[in-house]
Design a protein around this ligand. Sequence first.
Ligand code: ATP
Ligand code: MG
Length: 335
Amino acid sequence: MKDHSDLVLEVKNLKTVFFTNSGLFRAVDDVSFTVSRGETLAIVGESGCGKSVTALSLMRLVPDPPGRIVGGSITLEGTDLLALDEAQMRAVRGNRMSMIFQEPMTSLNPVMRIGDQIAEAVRLHRAMPSREARDIAVEMLRLVRIPEPARRAREYPHQLSGGMRQRAMIAMALACRPALLIADEPTTALDVTIQAQILALILDLQRELGTGLVLITHDLGVVAQTAQRVIVMYAGRKVEEASVETLFAAPKHPYTRGLMASIPTLPASGVPAQARLNEIPGTVPSLVRLPPGCAFAPRCKLAVKRCETEYPPLADWGGGHLAACWRAADVAEVA
Ligand SMILES: Nc1ncnc2c1ncn2[C@@H]1O[C@H](COP(=O)(O)OP(=O)(O)OP(=O)(O)O)[C@@H](O)[C@H]1O
Ligand SMILES: [Mg+2]
């Protein structure tokens, strides 16, 4: 059982919507999960299923308008983030909770030296002389294994390679030792060899600092190698959650099985390094006009009448394995 004091993040029934001209998009619909100290939770699912909006909701960075969190709670280290005002939230971001993005240039300031940016981020949350903050910046660059950190600290983002920029962004995100790090596709913009290095770095630092990690990725190989638990999202909802071993060995949702169908060998014999999400025939339904039943039913080989009319509740299959599927018991038969 999970020790409650180890809980870093608790998300309950989160709902985030976008008010657009074509209607109300339910981007995140009733999603719950927890992250413990030092734990990695992976979020997987096809494009548009609500992974990034979930991440942005945690940081309270959903663009408003058109977006808004309309329900649920987000509790970070015992603090209800949805009850904070913007000034209080700014004290949390980059301090107790940080986010790294796919494209480092979205978080780095192109006209400011790398070291100064990290130092400024630290001074935003800790009162200290600028000299001391600059020393911390160099220390962080060393921690993310940037060679000659003191020299690199004086350079501008454009003087660094893509991989080095990603390291600098990680250094900045971790400078205040956050309890929670959110990484949204942190390596997809990088080439394959660099991807592996950056991922290994994130995991090393996470272990060293005891940071809870929410890792959003399309790559099931990455999930198998890094996460302890996985949630699978479809059309804004969590449709399955399990430990990584259970999910790969015995997925309960036909959608999860579909995502895995492209992997020739499952983890027992080693997951290939680049196991991308498989193409499942059909497309994700419009989030404006979701069917009354299971949103995956139109694409599901196992769908029966009930699937089209009644949304399946998340059922517990034991050991924290949750799946929202009327046919979950029969899934193994039809692979
Ligand atoms: N600024 C916005 N305005 C309106 N709708 C939006 C906006 N941002 C996101 N959405 C809606 O939220 C849904 C979920 O988007 P999100 O970016 O979370 O998907 P994702 O799972 O991260 O996809 P990807 O794998 O492509 O990154 C989208 O399908 C879209 O309908
Ligand atoms: Mg995304």
